[in-house]
Every structure is written in structure tokens, then in C-alpha cells.
Design a protein around this ligand. Structure first.
Ligand code: ADP
Length: 398
């Protein structure tokens, strides 16, 4: 079956057409600046170079999806003859609240439940819903599946997901830890078990998803029992531009001192903080590495803060699971940044971890960094959220 995987952001739309039998990516692309004066569609058919279409017509996500469908069936750079070849559509949905503990076939009831969850992810869920409605309009009756970022973490016990605030706020508003990047944590934990020769049903795995957004999860016997992001993706680790865990009183203090509204302070914490804010250099680890090499002090400290926090979360999850069999690094930073892995692993001597520094410095994808003598294995395991969504979609429609 060919599965169209769609990931709608507020002003962008990423897509992949995946042949689920061979797991080949037939086409991949992105619509950027949807709703702005000039938008782009970047489309790369398998084995061909990227084409870029500039347009003033991409007024909304529906038009964007229409353009994607045209590109997929285009005579020159298309990869299918007709839309009938698409068997199903898999949507990445950011927030499933407490309602969705696994992926689900989308119907009217599910759409209503998603609308309810929108309050919990006001920037993301409305865009996801627009994508779902647009697909239904353009390909009526085609099965659609929602795969939630939060679903994998619904196995967390109350002691992990409840905050130290009056219980009435959980009862009234469902204020609790949800966790995100669940599709990645689920995919990578399974791949890690397989790569390390572990029985997933009898395993203790820590997944470090380090990208622009960063989160760590503790996966016990294949189930998430804790994760670093919280009620929103702002919590946990210091990230590219997000602050991660801070004392909540800072918000009031900053607002008063700077004469900012709550929205303005939240904007600082979401978009101007993290490594970007701390280093005053960049949120991108490639730039940060250059700055560290040049001896930039703020960049070096920001880098240290990042790695120290990752190591502390790992330590916390070793305690939560009473041990760890494997630690996996994944996503843009986790897969590519040797320095982050080296500096984090320097804290893990108590686990007997000793990584091969030369191997760690090579450009390779799936890679074991520890030798057979290490009881706790450390590895690089590439994530692939689109493939995970395609697999889930096919599984549900079986
Ligand atoms: P997103 O959260 O947007 O999915 P990714 O997982 O793609 O993010 O990670 C993007 C980040 O990965 C970039 O901002 C950059 O910091 C980092 N990155 C990508 N390539 C490299 C590299 N070769 N070395 C170090 N960091 C890298």
C-alpha cells in the first residue's frame, strides 16, 4: 500500500509518500510559508533532484495539499499515475490528550475529540485538523489515521504525570504531564532493542531525542514510564530556543521587571531562550560547535548546560527503572553531534559506560558506541517518524 504521511504545522506542511511494502520513500517534500504572499513547494521524487515551485496562490493548507497532490501525480516529476494509488493517509497529530493512547482511524467522533484537545496545543492541533479536513475534501472516503505525539507516553503512571499542584486543576483542566515526540520514542526504543539484541518486553531503555526540540524518555519493557517534556513541549531539557525546566516564579519576575505581558514572556521562553538565548550565537548545534572551537565562552557554557541536563535526566531515569540496558541518541543533534554524545557520556562512568571516541566521531547512522564489556550499551539510532506513521497507518487498517 502507498501511504501519504502528512505533518501539518501552523505555516508549513511536510509530506512523504511511502510504499509500505518496500518501505521506500517515493517522494518527499514540504510546503513553506503557507498563507503568506509568496509560498514554496519543494518536492523531491525518489532518485531525482528537488524541484521548487514558488507561488502566490498557497492561501491555506487546503491549497497546499492540492498542490502536493498535483506534484505527486504530475507527468514530469510525479511518482503515481492517479490518486487512487494512495491507499491511506497518516497524519502526525501533536496532542491526543488523555483520550488517545494509541493511533486511531479518523472519523467524526475522533475529529470532535481532537477539537477538544486543541486547547492543549493551540499552535499545532488546529493545523493538524485543517490537514485532515482538506484531505477528506480532496480525497473523499480515503482512510485517514491520526498518529499522536502524546500517545506513547499515556502509559506513564500517575506518580510520573501528576504535578505538585492542587488536584482540582487536573480534574477540571487535565493539567498534567503528557510528553511529546512519542512516535519517535516508540520507534527508536523498538529499533534500539533490536539493535542491542534485547527482548523489548524485558528491557530498560533510555531514548535521548535531541533535535531542535529535545526530550528524553524512560522506556521500561517497551512502555514509556516517564519523559522530560510536560504539559507542553516547553518543559524538560534546555532546547534550541526553548528554556526547558525553570523556576515558575521567573515568569512573574520577568514580566514585572520588563513590563511584559504573559504572552510576551512566554514568547521569550519559547523562542528566544535555550541555547540561542544562553549562547547569544545560535540555536543550531553546528554554529555552536564552531563557536566552542573558537573559544566562545557563552557558547561553551551553553553547551555544558545542555549536556549536564541531558546527563541528569539520564541519571533520573536510571533511578526510575532501577538500571538501564541501553541508551540511544537520536534526531538531528543526537545522530550528528559527536561532542554532545562525548560530553554527556563523560557523566556516565558510574554505569560503566566508556564510548569509543574515534567511532563516535565518524559520520555513521546506526552505530554501537560501547564495546561488549559495557553492561550498559550506548548507541546512535536514527529516528524516522514518517516511517513510524506509515507503519502505524498500515497496521490499523489491516
Ligand atoms: P526538529 O526538531 O526540527 O525535527 P531535527 O531533529 O531535524 O529537528 O534537528 C535539527 C537540529 O539538528 C539542528 O538545529 C542542528 O542543531 C542539529 N544538527 C543537524 N545536523 C547537525 C550536525 N551535522 N552536527 C551537529 N548538529 C546538527
Amino acid at each position: 500500500m502507498k501511504v501519504l504521511v502528512i505533518n501539518c504545522g501552523s505555516s508549513s506542511l511536510k509530506y512523504q509518500l511511502i510504499d509500505s511494502d518496500s518501505e521506500r520513500v517515493l517522494a518527499v517534500g514540504i510546503c513553506e510559508r503557507i498563507g503568506q504572499d509568496v509560498s514554496h513547494l519543494k518536492h523531491t521524487p525518489e532518485g531525482q533532484s528537488k524541484i521548487v515551485i514558488e507561488t502566490t496562490e498557497m492561501k491555506n493548507h487546503e491549497v497546499a495539499i492540492e498542490m502536493v497532490l498535483h506534484a505527486l501525480t504530475d507527468e514530469k516529476h510525479g511518482v503515481i499515475k492517479s490518486l487512487d494509488e494512495i491507499g491511506a493517509i497518516g497524519h502526525r497529530v501533536v496532542h491526543g490528550g488523555e483520550k488517545f493512547a494509541c493511533s486511531t482511524i479518523i472519523n467524526d467522533e475522533v475529529i470532535a475529540a481532537l477539537e477538544e484537545c486543541s486547547e492543549l496545543a493551540p499552535l499545532h492541533n488546529p493545523a493538524n485538523l485543517i490537514g485532515i479536513h482538506a484531505c477528506e475534501k480532496l480525497m473523499p472516503g480515503k482512510p485517514q489515521v491520526g498518529v499522536f505525539d502524546t500517545a506513547f507516553h499515556q502509559t506513564m503512571p500517575p506518580k510520573a504525570y501528576l504535578y505538585g499542584i492542587p488536584h482540582e486543576y487536573y480534574k477540571k483542566y487535565k493539567i498534567r504531564k503528557y510528553g511529546f515526540h512519542g512516535t519517535s520514542h516508540s520507534f527508536v526504543s523498538k529499533e534500539t532493542a533490536q539493535f542491542c539484541g534485547l527482548d523489548i518486553n524485558n528491557s530498560k531503555i533510555i531514548v535521548c531525542h535531541l533535535g531542535n526540540g529535545c526530550s528524553i524518555s524512560a522506556v521500561l519493557n517497551g512502555k514509556s514510564i516517564d519523559t522530560s517534556m510536560g504539559f507542553t513541549p516547553l518543559a524538560g531539557l534546555v532546547m534550541g530556543t526553548r528554556c526547558g525546566d525553570i523556576d515558575p516564579s521567573i515568569i512573574e519576575f520577568m514580566a514585572k521587571k520588563e513590563g511584559k505581558t504573559l504572552d510576551q514572556v512566554m514568547n521569550v521562553l519559547n523562542k528566544e531562550s535555550g541555547l540561542q538565548g544562553m549562547s547569544e550565537v545560535s540555536s543550531d548545534f553546528r554554529d555552536l560547535n564552531d563557536a566552542v572551537d573558537e573559544g566562545n565562552e557563552l557558547a561553551t557554557i551553553a553547551f555544558q548546560v545542555f549536556c549536564y541536563n541531558v546527563a541528569k535526566y539520564i541519571g533520573g531515569y536510571v533511578a526510575a527503572m532501577n538500571g538501564v540496558d541501553a541508551i540511544a541518541f537520536t534526531a538531528g543533534v543526537g545522530e550528528n553531534d559527536w561532542r554532545v554524545r562525548e560530553w554527556v557520556c563523560e557523566y556516565l562512568g558510574y554505569l560503566g559506560v566508556k564510548i569509543d571516541l574515534e567511532l563516535n566521531n565518524t559520520k555513521s547512522k546506526l552505530l554501537m558506541l560501547t564495546g561488549p564489556e559495557c553492561k550498559t550499551k550506548v548507541c546512535i539510532v536514527p529516528t524516522n517518524e514518517e516511517l513510524a506513521i506509515s507503519r502505524e497507518t498500515v497496521e490499523l487498517l489491516k
